[in-house]
Design a protein around this ligand. Sequence first.
Ligand SMILES: *Cc1c(COP(=O)(O)O)cnc(C)c1O
Length: 429
Amino acid sequence: MADADRIPGFNTLAVHAGAKPDPTTGARATPIYQTTSFVFDDVEHAASLFGLQAFGNIYTRIGNPTNAVLEERVAALEGGTAALAVASGHAAQVIVMQTLLMPGDEFIASKKLYGGSINQFNHAFKSFGWNVVWADPDDISTFEAAVSPKTKAIFIESIANPGGVITDIEAIGAVARKAGVPLIVDNTLATPYLCKPIEYGADIVIHSLTKFLGGHGNSIGGIIVDAGSFNWSRDKKYPMLCEPRPEYSGIVLHETFGNFAFAIACRVLGLRDLGPALSPFNAFLISTGIETLPLRMQRHCDNALAVATWLSQRPEVAWVSYPGLTSDKYHALAQKYVPKGAGAVMTVGLKGGFEAGVKLVSNVKLFSHVANIGDTKSLIIHPASTTHKQLSDAQKTQAGAGPDVVRLSIGIEDKEDIIADLELGLTAK
Ligand SMILES: *Cc1c(COP(=O)(O)O)cnc(C)c1O
């Protein structure tokens, strides 16, 4: 029987969510609304937009119709109530924390994170008075032990960059609920195609859109997804959400906007005042990229598993960290959280140490030596000499980026060509 109320599947949402033919021109692709500002109907209309009594476009720093398509699309794919696109993954992290924390507050973070996030939390965030307390995702009790009356949030990555760590989202979500704080999950490496953290207790999901969601290595962007699950008013711990806002004639955002209040607060306080807006041109490129996310991610995963299996049998290789391998420490967690595949990113330990890492990155030809992941193209980097260079040796090893470690982001080329290129690099004299 035909069902007009059918909920579309993931592939359909990736292509259509948030978008429709342009009502004015009929354009089928989403137009790039390359404008800074939007004309008000009249004075009353302007006043209602500024007072948050009506939704509408004012100025592209606060919102833009091209960006809105991207926001609705990612919110739909993650199963959230609303989303806010911003200029980068790091900008998303700043806005989330600025909405949750006051100077002197703390947040707990997994110590297995993207190197840039470790730096941001240890340095920039400390200068804002937001104090990170590190915990070990392999030992959930360290998260429990880190909770204090000042804790305002817990931050983890679903698949951690670059270590190939799968984080037990559900177990850490239970710690967050007990502590009465939201769980923030950086889902960049998994994407909602592989894992939807909200189903496991995440209250806020963030992404670097720069990676697999955009998918083509052509634009920097970030996004914040509100799960709509957290009660911001319960313990009166989040003044941005549960206290009258003088900026908006005393309205209380959680009272007014309910289960999408966090996304609204990030937009009308965070993005409005801090300013890292996403260019509509980048939003267009990233939304277009998302249309093929399911196809690309499956190919990324299938290729990565073939490469990891091949590498694990090579004499030059000491170990391969890829949760898709049945022998991997995180394989059981991978089967639970990312059953369709363990993503495209893996780390490889070379028997020849630092020199062997340098030799490999210098002799591959198909792979590009870049500080990025999540491109259609295969990418390689030696974190110890690049992305993780700022960290101490102990921090490097802790983050899974010791001197012998090479990180691969496997692209969507033919897997035979990817493997042949790695063989060239490994056997070069
Ligand atoms: C790249 C990345 C970020 C930072 O995103 P930018 O878009 O580069 O600012 C954050 N988290 C993870 C897991 C990443 O891979």
